[in-house]
Design a protein around this ligand. Structure first.
Ligand code: ZN
Ligand code: ZN
Ligand code: ZN
Length: 372
């Protein structure tokens, strides 16, 4: 995956801020393997394979990338950021990693959330006296605040899926008579055609299937007279898109149209509430209160949103109990829904960035329940 938005200078700044955060939390070494902390910090995306790749970042010594020799040619070398320690097929990369940890006398080590258990279990045996914490303690707050280049990447990815949503709303994506899976494949092809590197998901849920928020598109044929929920996104230049729009085939029944009006008001109220300084849970409550006041509260069964960036779901979460105040550069979804089991479901989702000038939506395509 390309990391087109980031320069060596930016990586050097991230490394310096990471070491400051490690010092604040008393963390001696950071270990990053599979997952997106590593490309965020050093511009390299580890292959999710059984051969270990590990960036070892001591707080007060140079960082080392332990890497299978056959994958070393993939690395964009950045000597100011890390040196390389390629290992051969007969070497023990866990022992190499453990030696780098013990050589700085580390007592507290942070590991990435997506490091495989097989590696952590082996490291535990090599480093029995170390205490372990999660790298998200250090990197979560840093990754949450997007810089201008990251926001530009989110905006470009958002504009790309907006164009696909506009095609859906214009009736250019055939629905009636096709299966959900066929429409999902169509959306996926359009996500790639619009410049994404990968498709992360393309949920298509028709009629009663739309009442399941993470429905897996299947052989269900889409019929006249029903709602079709499409929630899709991918990764473009390292940053994610994620949008949900619903269309209705023919005129919707009055109760469904009334519910959609509530959903639209809830979503727009929530987006408007997302100003710097507002706690995340207030942004959730802004949507939830509108839906509850209209009597649909029990049918809104999930949090209002999730952070987004290099990961499709990351901090900050827009959920009751999260008192974190929004700061400029926080990027997250606002996606309330109403789901009536056995009948229909609906969700409306935009990505929003908190800025000093107010909430900045990455998605601007029509928010109405468009009739196709
Ligand atoms: Zn979701
Ligand atoms: Zn979504
Ligand atoms: Zn989402």
């Amino acid at each position: 995956m390309s990391q087109g938005v980031t320069s060596t200078e930016v990586f050097a700044q991230r490394m310096a801020r990471t070491r400051e955060a490690m010092a604040e939390r008393g963390i001696d070494v950071l270990l990053l393997s599979v997952g997106l902390d590593l490309p965020w910090l050093a511009g390299y995306h580890a292959m999710p394979l059984e051969r270990l790749t590990m960036l070892v970042v001591p707080r007060e010594a140079p960082a080392t990338l332990v890497i299978p020799r056959l994958e070393a040619p993939r690395v964009v070398e950045r000597p100011e950021i890390f040196s390389m320690l390629p290992w051969n097929e007969t070497d023990d990369p866990i022992a190499l990693t453990a030696r780098l940890v013990t050589s700085v006398g580390a007592r507290t080590v942070a590991v990435g959330d997506q490091m495989w258990a097989r590696f952590l279990v082996d490291l535990l045996a090599h480093l029995p006296t170390v205490s372990w914490v999660r790298s998200v303690e250090v990197l979560g707050p840093l990754r949450m605040r997007k810089d201008d280049a990251e926001i530009a990447a989110l905006r470009a990815a958002g504009a790309a899926v907006d164009r696909i949503a506009a095609q859906l709303q214009a009736g250019e994506i055939p629905l009636v008579g096709r299966t959900e899976a066929q429409v999902s494949a169509d959306l996926s092809a359009r996500i790639l055609a619009e410049g994404h590197d990968v498709v992360n998901f393309a949920i298509v849920a028709a009629g009663e299937n739309a009442a399941s928020p993470h429905h897996h598109p299947g052989s269900r044929v889409i019929r006249d007279g029903e709602i079709v929920l499409c929630d899709f996104g991918g990764t473009m230049n390292g940053y994610c898109s994620d949008i949900t729009r619903c269309v209705h085939i023919g005129t919707p029944p009055a109760d469904l149209a009334a519910a959609y009006a509530v959903l639209l008001e809830a979503q727009q109220t929530s987006v408007a509430s997302a100003v710097v300084g507002t706690p995340c849970e207030r942004v959730d409550a802004a949507a939830r209160d509108v839906i509850a006041a209209a009597g649909w509260g029990e049918y809104f069964v999930h949090r209002t949103g999730h952070g987004i960036g290099m990961d499709a779901h990351e901090d900050p979460y827009i959920v009751s109990g999260n008192t974190l105040p929004l700061a400029a550069g926080h990027a997250f979804s606002v996606e309330p829904g109403i789901y009536v089991p056995g009948r229909w479901g609906m969700r409306l989702e935009d990505i929003v960035v908190a800025s000093d000038d107010g909430p900045d939506p990455m998605n601007r395509v029509n928010h109405e329940l468009v009739i196709v």
